[in-house]
Design a protein around this ligand. Structure first.
Ligand code: ZN
Length: 216
């Protein structure tokens, strides 16, 4: 099937989960405005959809030798479990924990109990839900290498930023970087469309009030 059609179907599935919101007015953590928004916590709230999306990722990597599926974060772990379940080689599913170091940078740490699975150079498929900066995936790649594993590839639901890539096969169900605007150039602000207060990511209530377009 045409990749674009397939992507539209996948985007439709994510839309049905309620994680993908369109035709609205959002303020992103960067302060830029957008008509679309992905609330990644909602992407894995419908088990049947999570399973279906996991199937597609597993199918993409079905020919690849995978010993371990590795994730970090709650949503990505639900998806990673489904990918591991659907992969023909029945890889083991494990996760790393996100931690912040003293300077506030985040890193991923493998629970000690999972270290045993890295004996003998395992082949690892990394699974993530939404990839924006790619930093988390890069951390996971570093972790795999540091433990003597080999990265087979990365599977994710959505690549939000086109230029984000890795040195390993990277498969996403949706590859869409939607347009964002400065408040000054925002077409929704110009139309006086109220800002969606429910999904004011990263802004406190005071900032949220200030973020309202003038005249509202
Ligand atoms: Zn706006």
């Amino acid at each position: 099937m045409d990749a674009e059609i397939l992507e539209r179907i996948n985007r439709g599935i994510i839309l049905r989960t309620g994680a993908y919101l369109t035709n609205d007015h959002f303020v992103l953590p960067s302060g830029r405005h957008a008509q679309e928004y992905v609330e990644k916590a909602l992407a894995t709230t419908e088990p049947a959809f999570t399973e279906g999306l996991g199937d597609v990722i597993a199918k993409h990597f079905a020919e690849d030798p995978v010993d371990l599926v590795l994730t970090t974060g709650y949503g990505a772990s639900l998806l990673g479990h489904c990918v591991a379940r659907a992969h023909p080689l029945r890889p083991r599913f494990i996760y790393a924990n996100k931690q912040r170091n003293g300077s506030g940078a985040s890193k991923v740490v493998l629970p000690r109990e999972f270290r045993q699975y890295f004996v003998g150079n395992p082949r690892v498929l990394i699974v993530e839900d939404i990839v924006t900066t790619g930093e988390t995936v890069k951390e996971l790649i570093k972790l795999v290498k540091s433990l003597g594993g080999t990265v087979v590839g990365i599977g994710a639901l959505w690549r939000r930023v086109r230029r984000v890539n890795f040195k390993f096969p990277f498969f996403t169900l949706v590859d869409r970087e939607f347009p964002t605007y400065t408040p000054k150039n925002c077409p929704m602000c110009r139309r006086g469309m109220p800002i969606n207060q429910e999904f004011l990511s990263g802004l406190g209530p005071q900032k949220a009030r200030r973020a309202r377009p003038r005249g509202n």
